[in-house]
Structure formats: structure tokens, C-alpha cells
Design a protein around this ligand. Structure first.
Ligand code: ZN
Length: 350
């Protein structure tokens, strides 16, 4: 079948002079004839005019020259008759229905990325973050939370030092080869957090005076709580949260064409996000092992959960109004005490 020909206008890219040309498509090549002279261009290398509107059709050729065709309808008919299918993409672009489909596909992609891609990627990335950066993120988070929630501890320095020493020994006994992450423990009063504890990237562990008092007669359970927090540090859960929030805002930024939100969200993350159930289980398992390696039955933790539950009941409605409490990563905000009581009660070494 002879390929259809089209008489059109060509600019050589150097002079502004329009020249009459003849076009045809042959074996995946655009053949352009000017003054009896043939030029051949691979069809794929031509930047074809987009079929978006009526009016002039302009296509750019790989050597910088240009074809202009005034009659859009005629051009499109020639393209189609030559078996050139820009139909799909352009047709979609013309259809609002396809726009909705594309939007839906984007949403689905983001949802899939959120459900599967982000957790995997953030965990992978969290383990790539160098220690000094992790420490700086933790330090920033610490300053923020200090401003928001924390007051200086009223516990005697001696008592603080004794508790710190007790936990240090427990960690050393459980990790004699020094494979525990670096950590530092500080004591604070906190009206907002009540009896509570939390950990930040870089090994910052905070325990409130109220929790120390709540477990005054249960030093092993207190060590268990601290070990749970050290477990979050060890598995880099806080970092994972930060990276995850950063990834999501980066993803949104890519879609909206603006990535400046990336860093802005990082500080707020710790105040709004909670750890996953799996992360809590990992931290609990870390705590159970540490207690066990100190010759302490992990079931000592039951006292902690029962007392925390009682605290919650007496604080009652006040807490219910703020879902998860003011700091979702803190230990008293973790859901499902019953499941965790069972875990510590039934824990056996592997
Ligand atoms: Zn936790």
C-alpha cells in the first residue's frame, strides 16, 4: 500500500524562510522531500505535534528543523492514514473521564506505596541514617518535647543516679559485648504525660517522676519499662517514624511538584505518630529478653500494666478526649494492655 502523502511547510531551523515539502511515512521513517531532495528521520525521534487543540500543528525534527501545518484536521487525518497512533495518549488527555481514571490510578499507587512501599523503604532507610544524624534528630525532638511537656524532675539526684546505675548494670549484663545502642536516661516531671516513659532517636530515654513513684516498690518492672524504651532505640523505631513521615510528604511533594514540606514535617512527627503494633511487640520482646538475662521473670511487667490501667481509669474521661494521649509514642499510650500482659506472663526464652 502506498503511503499517503501530505504537502506541508518546512523550516530548516536556520532561516525563517518557509519551504514547501512533501511528507510520507515509510518503514518507521518520516520521509521529507524538499526540492526533490529526500531527508529521512526515524518516526520515534520526531517530536510530533500534540493533538490537543485545533489550529496549527507543529512538529520538531531531530536536526532542529520544523514542520508546520496550518490545517489541523488535514494533518491528523494524514497521521492516522499513515498508521501513526498517537491516539491512545492524546485521546486520554482529551478525555476528562480518562483524567479521573488517571487520578484514581495515582491514588491507588500512593495507597499501595503507603501500605507496602513506605514501611519497607522507611525501615531500610532508617537503618542507613548515620548515628550522628540520628542523634541530632533526637536532640531536636527532645528540645521540642521538653518545651511542650516536661518540667525538671523533683526526684533527689541520688535516687536518679541509683536508678540510672541499676539500669546500666542490667543492660551490661544482657549485652556483655556492648551491642546495646548508646542511650541516656533523664527524669522529668510532666503534668501532661502523667506516669509515663518514652524514647527518641539517638537513645534519649525519658521517664516521668510519676512513673518512678508508681513503680517505687517494683524496681525490676521499672527496668523492664526502660528496657522497652531501649528496644525502640535498638530497632530505631523513632527514626523509622520520622523517615516515614518524611517519605510521605516527599511523595506528596512529588505529586504536587513541591518538596519543601519534607523537612518541615519531621519535628512534628514525634508528637503525632504512634508506633505500629509490630514495633511495640519488638520492644516488648527486647525488654523480656533483657529481664530474663538478668535472672528476672518478665512477668514482673504485669504490675506495671495493671497500675497504668488503674491510673488511666482514675484519670478517666480526661484522657479519652485526646486519643492516644498527648504523646502517642509514650508507653502509657500504647494500646491493648491485655495482650501485652499475656505476652509478658507467658514469655519463655527461645
Ligand atoms: Zn513502646
Amino acid at each position: 500500500m502506498a503511503s499517503p502523502r501530505l504537502v506541508s511547510t518546512w523550516f530548516d531551523g536556520h532561516s525563517p524562510r518557509a519551504q514547501a515539502c512533501e511528507l510520507r511515512i515509510e518503514d518507521l521513517e518520516l520521509v521529507l522531500t524538499v526540492d526533490g531532495h529526500e531527508r529521512r528521520y526515524p518516526v520515534r525521534q520526531v517530536r510530533w505535534a500534540e493533538r490537543r487543540s485545533h489550529g496549527l500543528r507543529q512538529s520538531e525534527l531531530p536536526d532542529g528543523s520544523l514542520i508546520q501545518h496550518a490545517e489541523a484536521g488535514e494533518w491528523d487525518a494524514w497521521r492516522q492514514a499513515s498508521g501513526q497512533r498517537d491516539g491512545a495518549v492524546v485521546g486520554w488527555m482529551q478525555s476528562w473521564r480518562a483524567t479521573l481514571v488517571a487520578l484514581g490510578a495515582t491514588v491507588l499507587f500512593l495507597a499501595a506505596a503507603w501500605v507496602w512501599g513506605v514501611p519497607w523503604l522507611s525501615q531500610t532507610l532508617a537503618h542507613q541514617v548515620p548515628r550522628p544524624l540520628e542523634a541530632r534528630l533526637g536532640e531536636q525532638g527532645m528540645q521540642q518535647l521538653d518545651r511542650l511537656f516536661l518540667q525538671p524532675s523533683a526526684l533527689p539526684a541520688q535516687q536518679q543516679q541509683a536508678l540510672r546505675q541499676r539500669f546500666t548494670s542490667a543492660v551490661q549484663r544482657a549485652h556483655p559485648h556492648g551491642d546495646a545502642p548508646p542511650w541516656q536516661l533523664s527524669f522529668h516531671q510532666s503534668k501532661a504525660l502523667g506516669a509515663n516513659a518514652f524514647a527518641l532517636p539517638g537513645g534519649y530515654i525519658v521517664i516521668t517522676d510519676d512513673l518512678v513513684k508508681l513503680l517505687a516498690d517494683q524496681p525490676d518492672a521499672l527496668n523492664g519499662v526502660l528496657a522497652h524504651e531501649l528496644g525502640h532505640v535498638h530497632h530505631r523505631h523513632g527514626l523509622d517514624l520520622m523517615v516515614r513521615a518524611g517519605l510521605v510528604s516527599a511523595l506528596v511533594g512529588v505529586v504536587l511538584g513541591d518538596a519543601s514540606g519534607f523537612l518541615a514535617t519531621v519535628p512534628a512527627t514525634l508528637a503525632t505518630q504512634s508506633y505500629s503494633r509490630d514495633a511495640e511487640r519488638e520492644a516488648d520482646a527486647f525488654a523480656a529478653r533483657l529481664l530474663d538475662q538478668n535472672g528476672v521473670s518478665p512477668s514482673v511487667m504485669v504490675a506495671f500494666f495493671e497500675r497504668i490501667q488503674r491510673e488511666e481509669a482514675s484519670a478517666g474521661q480526661k484522657r479519652d478526649s485526646e486519643e492516644g494521649g498527648p504523646l502517642p509514642i509514650a508507653i502509657s499510650s500504647h494500646p491493648d494492655h491485655r495482650e501485652r500482659i499475656r505476652f509478658f506472663r507467658e514469655w519463655r526464652p527461645d
